[in-house]
Design a binder for this molecule. Structure first.
Ligand code: ADP
Length: 642
């Protein structure tokens, strides 16, 4: 069904207007015609209606067809415009057509009007169809561009030579170039030669195989970082099936890859740690059983009444040595647990560095001599400068671990140890002429349970914990640890700590201490200890001290004794006791004897235990088991401190 046509007619002669209407109706046009006479009515009608066609008389009193055409082209440029005139010269007619009129009809040949109308309407219909397609095309193109540009993935199209024809905003951002800079260029302009070659190789594969393929591409982007892309590349074809280029969508999967890699790494680490723990348990069992075997076996022999003195001495030495070995393994395991729990902190105090090192030297000389190895100490600071502030206990532990290893992993030669001061750091070294460590193990050996030799036939004992403890301690002290080593020539371990100088004690201070030591002779010691065997051992260890020993069998008794006996010079306080424990007892004694030295002696060994004892009012702390030198030096330190 044809829709009713709507036309505008600009005509000042009503008769002519009537004639035009009739003519069109007679020819079968279903048409409604609005007639206007003036310019203003013409303009307002054009603005308020969508006309299918405009007819305009060329000559009007104050307006003409030409001006009407200009206005129509501005207001509704696609509506067909037919000019109707009395007489019009050929030039004027051509000019009108040039200006966009669809046709013109002479008033004395009005029979042409239906034909001219039909032709103008057909042409307008064709034009509007064409325009609609064009608009649709434009809209689709815009939509596509919006989708492509809003995609997070980079999208591009290349021709058969690898030159870019299109890239989206994500691609612009990734390579740091605008679309205008990229179009017409290939990958060698944006990527390194090797990266461009890799991309071209993959493009070639897709074009040769004529199917879409997904690849992982690793390239350096404008941000200077290496990125991993998962890219789908698809070949494009013309209507004859000939390839015309390549279409690519690339997704940045760098973060996902990193996450995957760290998961794989974590999994491998967990498996490795599991393997190492199994190996450790195997080892540690061996390391514990060996000294235990000696202790159990030789303790049995001691009870033989016929045992000659020499043998008894020899067996006792073996028992002591094995006990030390056992203790050091247990200490290592506890230290590692404490490091892992983050409980190890530096407890800084001032101490004489040279004296500390000299004591270490003396301590290890016996082992060195037994192995026929010369052990030399090379200090660097003078007596005046060597009073430093650090955690001396941890420093001794680190050096002991390194010296033990140096002596353990060698048959003959020498071990030198000492330090040099480098600006704000003290650099320690322990150098040996032992078996050396292969280069690939230089970082590994600082990991827990890591040993160079892991076979069951290994010649050297050990738990594989010493170096990881040393590394953790060095870091707690604020330094770093490393080594140089040559196989069969030897190794040198180095570590640093910050050089914090303390005030040197004056000679007169030292003398007054010595004086104090000499004036105080007989001492009264209170030992709070519930275990008989422990008390007996303490009594024996302190027998050289020339002291009166009083015993309390629990914390409460210790408090009572301190209340009535003002002669007590020092208390050795066990922590775990019945009735009242050592913590409470110390707190109570402190309330009425604020300066009495109290040393906690306990089988609890961690820093937290130590800190708790100190917080309750103990002056110092000693872990069981201890030997004569250790306990006596602690007691003397408290009794004779200035
Ligand atoms: P342990 O000595 O108890 O096995 P460490 O953690 O102290 O554990 O040492 C780990 C490993 O490093 C040792 O098993 C050994 O293989 C190697 N190592 C350490 N110090 C030396 C050294 N001075 N010479 C040769 N090898 C060493």
């Amino acid at each position: 069904m044809n829709l009713k046509m709507h036309a505008l007619l600009l005509e000042d002669v009503p008769k002519d207007a009537e004639l035009l209407k009739e003519m069109l109706l007679d020819e079968g046009f279903d048409i409604q015609i609005d007639v206007v006479e003036t310019e203003s009515a013409y303009v307002s009608s054009l603005k308020s209606h969508n006309y299918d066609i405009i007819y305009a008389d060329f000559t009007l009193p104050s307006f003409n067809g030409q001006e009407a055409l200009v206005l129509a082209k501005i207001i509704c440029p696609y509506v067909p415009f037919i000019c109707i005139s009395g007489t019009i010269g050929e030039d004027r007619a051509v000019e009108l057509l040039k200006q966009g009129a669809t046709d013109y009809v002479l008033k004395d040949r009005m029979e042409r009007l239906p034909f001219a109308t039909k032709r103008a309407l057909d042409a307008a219909f064709q034009l509007s169809k064409f325009r609609r397609t064009e608009i649709e095309l434009q809209t689709n193109r815009k939509l596509l561009q919006t989708i492509i540009n809003n995609a997070i993935d980079t999208i591009y199209i290349k021709d058969l030579h690898g030159n870019y024809l299109l890239i989206n905003e994500a691609a612009e951002k990734a390579i740091g170039k605008t679309s205008a800079e990229v179009i017409g260029k290939d990958d060698t302009f944006f990527f390194s030669a090797s990266e461009a070659q890799m991309i071209k190789g993959l493009d070639k594969k897709v074009l040769e195989r004529r199917v879409s393929q997904t690849f992982e591409e690793i390239v350096t982007l404008a941000d200077g970082n290496i990125h991993v892309f998962s890219t789908i590349k698809s070949p494009m074809f013309d209507d004859f099936g000939e390839p015309t280029g390549l279409f690519g969508i690339a997704r940045d999967i760098t973060e996902r890859k990193e996450m995957e890699n760290s998961l794989i790494e974590a999994k491998e680490k967990a498996e490795e740690s599991d393997r190492l723990k199994t190996a450790f348990l195997h080892n540690i069992s061996h390391e514990i059983r060996t000294p235990m075997n000696a202790i159990v076996g030789f303790s049995g022999f001691l009870s033989d009444p016929d045992l000659v003195h020499e043998k008894r001495k020899q067996f006792t030495d073996i028992i002591i040595q094995s006990s030390d070995q056992l203790l050091s393994i247990i200490t290592d395991i506890i230290s590692i647990a404490s490091i892992e729990a983050g409980q190890e902190k530096a407890i800084e105090k001032e101490f004489d560095l040279n004296i500390t090192l000299k004591q270490l030297h003396e301590q290890f000389l016996i082992v060195a001599k037994r192995k026929n190895v010369s052990l030399n100490l090379v200090p660097s600071l003078t007596y005046i400068e060597d009073n430093v502030i650090s955690d001396g206990t941890k420093l001794v532990q680190i050096l002991s671990n390194l010296i033990v290893n140096a002596l353990k992993f060698m048959k003959e030669g020498h071990v030198n140890f000492g330090y040099v001061v480098k600006d704000t750091e003290i650099e320690f070294f322990v150098e040996d002429t032992g078996i050396g460590i292969p280069h690939e193990m230089h970082t590994e050996i600082f990991k827990r349970f890591r040993q160079v030799e892991t076979s069951a036939t290994r010649q050297f004992g050990g738990s594989g914990l010493g170096l990881s403890i040393s590394k953790a301690y060095v870091e707690i002290l604020g330094g770093k640890i490393w080594l140089n080593s040559v196989i069969n020539k030897g190794s040198t371990f180095y570590f640093t700590i910050p050089y914090k100088k303390a005030q040197k004690k004056t000679i007169s201070e030292q003398a007054s201490n010595i004086f104090k030591k000499e004036t105080k002779q007989i001492t009264t010691l209170l030992i709070a200890e519930d275990e008989d065997s422990n008390f007996m051992m303490l009594e024996e260890l302190l027998s050289d001290l020339n002291s009166n020993i009083i015993r309390a069998i629990n914390g409460l008794e210790a408090v009572e004794i301190c209340k009535i006996n003002k002669q007590i010079d020092l208390v050795l306080m066990d922590i775990k006791m019945p009735v009242m424990d050592g913590y409470d007892a110390t707190r109570q004694i402190r309330s009425f004897m604020p300066t009495l030295p109290i040393i906690a002696q306990t089988a609890y060994t961690t820093n937290a235990d130590r800190n708790k004892a100190l917080a309750c009012g103990c002056n110092d702390f000693i872990s069981k088991p201890f030997n004569r030198e250790m306990i006596i030096s602690k007691i003397k330190e408290q009794l004779y401190k200035e």
